[in-house]
Design a protein around this ligand. Structure first.
Ligand code: 26Y
Length: 820
């Protein structure tokens, strides 16, 4: 009856409270006096999930109806990584029941924020690329584009980071340990994936030549679905992640051993495939398990797409009319060969037709400029795992090189550069080349990046297929990164311009007239001050460092990488420290430096930079001469959840990569949307952020891309800068002398030596411009009125960086789908 319905769907505080108690009892088996915090969280999560169900089911229904009318194309976002962040708060926001739920919890004597904080986030990605995929999922649902996110359900996501004695320690992530109320396993929709073995060529009944793949083994993929609700509850799309399991029966010769122990071993081996996320954001060559992971989720996903099509009565020949699939970097690019295999070998489609379908289906997004970061697989290993795919790659390559030779007669070097096979030494399959050939569109993730792709990394492909190349500048979702994470700012903004900005971020422009309004400025500052207060508490709890919320919060949070130059930031801190030691009376704006980010476990230099940050923190934070003037904190375990507490509290956003290295960056957008000013180089999306907010509201420094190239060509000599710049010399010498390492002069020698001898990312060349720019920042911060004005204008002009805009551009330019 009425009551029953309300228990599952009602949105009044009473309904929610009742439903919560019901779920606590029936789903969790607890009553309030016996409930742990996790029981309470689970009960609330189920309560919210119930409220998603109707929309989720409605979406499936709509797919069915629309698909049957052949009126929609479904977007499939293929990504080896997703970083959705905690679901509970976001679902409350998107359902529009945040306040009602808070009241319901209050009625029962619980604190909603505490329950939200109980959730362990799914850390199924490394950084920018995985988070981008999740921002896009949010936008797809919000702007009403029917979509699937396809990926891997890693049992262990990115490691948790602890800092011990200043060093990073990696702890296994156990995100599933206390249960995951947001996912639904769908064992009946499992898919089989073949691996290894060999191929057999034969003639079929009609005398056509066919190929059979006789695999060495088979694993099963089980899909786990998570609902992704759009803001306002428009539609609810699905994130479908695959878990590997052993198949029950082994009727293949190799498995037919009649040996129980061996069979169990096979099971263990199968399940290894989705055990753990590779914690690198750059490829290591030749990790067999990594290739298997990539193939596994791609094969499951494509088979699933064909299955759904079949269920709706579509033949595989109309695959490209029903679907468009985006490859998030090359990680899923084996999809090009796999779709060819499925169409040609398993569905009897002619090669030419299959190739047309494949190209129509796929788009490829590149996320890197480093040529050495492009994935490639040793041919031998590739053929061992995917013998049929190697043949297909060769056939694609044969046809492609014919085309190349026609376009560039006699230019064998061009052909060698374009070939899908790198034959310059050991032979490799070049996955970016497979993607460029097999996709109808290739895009970079910021204007500068897309230009550099065309002129450098993928120059030859651009020459061959200029019409394939696009730019889609990244964006981030203002739901999670403003409305959810910065409720104070969101309320202040909505109070003056309404809340339309949450889905139409350009409306933030309406804030511009308030930029000079002293009363509004005062409120703006109060919001920032309260956010800083919250972050100060978090820093104290997590690191024991007490920081002053009135100081300038200068923050750099992102993966640890030499190209991102966290150590340039450190050189600035040391420079200020040295100044204050030498001239104790000098007038310096009090600053709190906050760092956060994980280093790949095998990346020794990045780990040494973490140790350096903590060592400098140790000295600076305890020196009585420096007290109250400089503080440094390394916030451990930076992830989506921590990010939500960090971005709203920043005054200054550090975006200081060497020009030409950062493809886009998305943290830069999150900071600026939350009222931080940026100190940055002309790199990635910084270029466009500066264009939008105005050069006068952005602290620019450093070499430009062409200057970097010129300097490298002339022969860059870091020593020259060291010899001629006393401040730089002093900073480096302080590190080298062991000043920050209790007299241990060896500790940072590898870092200092590298800078002195090679300095690949040109910290020394950018050092003085950076210091000068930081001095301008300090001067500007003294004028709080003008600083606030700049902060308001930054937010007002960030409309472009909504992921809604980015996804709309993919829809128009690349996917050719219309939001429903
Ligand atoms: C091959 C494998 C080990 C691998 C795994 C993850 C390689 C790369 C990555 C992740 C790359 C990544 O996160 N790239 C970032 O993508 C963001 C979204 O486009 C960009 O904003 C950012 O500049 C870029 O570094």
């Amino acid at each position: 009856g009425e009551k029953c319905r309300n228990i599952r769907t009602g949105s009044s505080p009473d309904d929610i409270a009742q439903a919560f108690l019901d779920n606590l009892y029936y789903a969790q088996g607890r009553i309030p006096v016996l409930a742990t915090r996790n029981d309470l969280y689970m009960a609330l999560a189920y309560t919210v999930r119930d409220r998603l169900a109707a929309r989720w089911v409605a979406q499936m229904q709509q797919f069915r109806r629309a698909e049957l009318k052949k009126s929609i194309k479904v977007v499939c976002y293929l990504s080896a990584e997703f970083l959705p962040g905690p679901h509970l708060g976001n679902n409350l926001l998107n359902l529009g029941i945040y306040d009602e739920t808070r009241q319901a919890m209050e009625q029962l004597g619980y604190n909603l924020e505490e329950l939200i904080d109980q959730e362990t986030e799914p850390g199924l990605g490394n950084g920018g690329l995985g988070r981008l995929a999740s921002c896009f999922m949010d936008s797809l649902s919000t702007i009403v584009v029917p979509a699937f996110g396809y990926g891997i359900r890693y049992e262990f996501g990115i490691f948790d980071q602890e800092i011990r004695d200043g060093w990073q320690v990696e702890i296994t992530d156990k995100w599933l340990k206390l249960g995951n109320p947001w996912e639904m396993p769908l064992p009946e929709l499992c898919q089989e994936v073949k691996l290894g073995g060999h191929t057999e060529h034969y003639q079929d009944g009609q005398g056509r030549s066919r190929v059979r793949w006789i695999p060495a083994g088979v694993v099963e993929g089980i899909p786990y679905d998570t609902p992704i609700l759009g803001y306002g509850g428009n539609i609810c799309n699905t994130l479908r992640l695959w878990k590997a399991e052993a198949v029950e029966s082994f009727d293949f010769q190799d498995f037919n051993v009649g040996n129980y122990y061996a069979a169990v071993e096979e099971k263990v081996k199968s399940e290894t495939i989705t055990k753990v996320l590779y914690p690198n954001d750059e490829p290591e060559i030749g990790k067999m398990l990594r290739l298997i992971q990539e193939y596994f989720f791609v094969s499951c996903s494509l088979q699933d797409m064909i299955r759904i099509g079949k269920m709706l009565g579509n033949s595989p020949e109309c695959f490209d009319q029903r679907y468009v699939a985006q490859l998030n970097d090359t990680h899923p690019s084996i999809a090009v060969a796999e779709l060819m295999r499925l169409l040609v070998d398993e569905h009897d489609v002619a090669w030419e037709k299959a190739w047309e379908i494949t190209q129509n289906t796929f788009g490829y997004t590149n996320h890197t400029l480093l040529p050495e970061a492009l994935e490639k697989w040793p041919v031998e290993l590739f053929g061992q795992i995917l013998p049929r795919h190697l043949e297909i790659v060769y056939e694609i390559n044969r046809r492609f090189l014919d085309q190349v030779r026609l376009a560039f007669p006699g230019d064998e070097e061009q052909a060698a550069r374009l070939s899908l096979i790198d034959e310059s030494g050991c032979r490799y399959v070049r996955m970016a080349h497979l993607a460029c050939v097999g996709c109808h569109a290739v895009n970079g993730v910021a204007k500068l990046h897309s230009e550099l792709l065309k002129s450098e990394v993928l120059r030859d492909f651009h020459e061959m297929f200029p019409e394939k190349f696009h730019n889609v500048t990244n964006g981030v979702t203002p739901r999670r990164w403003m409305a959810l994470s910065n409720p104070r700012l969101a309320a202040l903004i909505s109070g003056v311009i309404g809340d339309g900005w949450i889905t139409q971020l350009d409306e933030l422009r309406k804030l511009e007239p308030f930029a000079d309004d002293p009363a509004f400025q005062e409120k703006w500052r109060r919001v920032k001050r309260e956010n800083k207060n919250d972050l100060a508490t978090l820093i104290l709890n997590r690191t024991g460092v007490a920081v002053d919320p009135d100081s300038l919060f200068d923050i750099q949070v992102k993966r640890l990488h030499e190209y991102k130059r966290q150590h340039l930031n450190v050189l600035h801190i040391i420079t200020l420290y040295a100044r204050l030691k030498r001239y104790p009376a000098s007038d310096c704006v009090p600053r709190t430096f906050v760092f956060g980010g994980k280093a790949a476990p095998g990346y020794a230099m990045a780990k040494l930079i973490i140790k350096l940050i903590n060592s400098v923190a140790g000295v600076v934070n305890t020196d009585p001469d420096i007290r109250g003037r400089l503080n440094v904190a390394f916030l451990p375990d930076f992830n989506v959840k921590t990010g939500q507490q960090v971005y709203p509290a920043a005054d200054l956003s550090e975006q200081i990569s060497l020009a030409g290295e950062e493809a886009s960056g998305t943290g830069n957008m999150k900071f600026s949307m939350n009222g931080a000013l940026t100190i940055g180089t002309l790199d990635g999306a910084n270029v466009e952020i500066r264009e939008e907010v105005g050069a006068e509201n952005f602290f620019l420094f450093g070499l430009k891309v062409d200057e970097v190239e010129e300097l490298k060509a002339r022969g860059y000599d870091p020593r020259k800068y060291y010899d001629s710049n006393p401040a730089l010399r002093e900073a480096i010498d302080l590190i080298r002398s062991g000043h920050f390492s209790g007299g241990n002069a060896q500790l940072f020698a590898p870092l200092v030596d590298l800078l002195m001898q090679r300095d690949n990312y040109m910290l020394f060349a950018d050092y003085q411009p950076y210091i000068d720019c930081q001095d301008r920042v300090s001067a500007a911060f003294r004028d709080q009125q003008n600083w606030t004005r700049m902060s308001i204008l930054n937010v007002a002009r960030m409309g472009k960086f909504s992921s809604d805009r980015a996804v709309r551009e993919y829809c128009d330019m690349i996917w050719k789908v219309q939001p429903v």
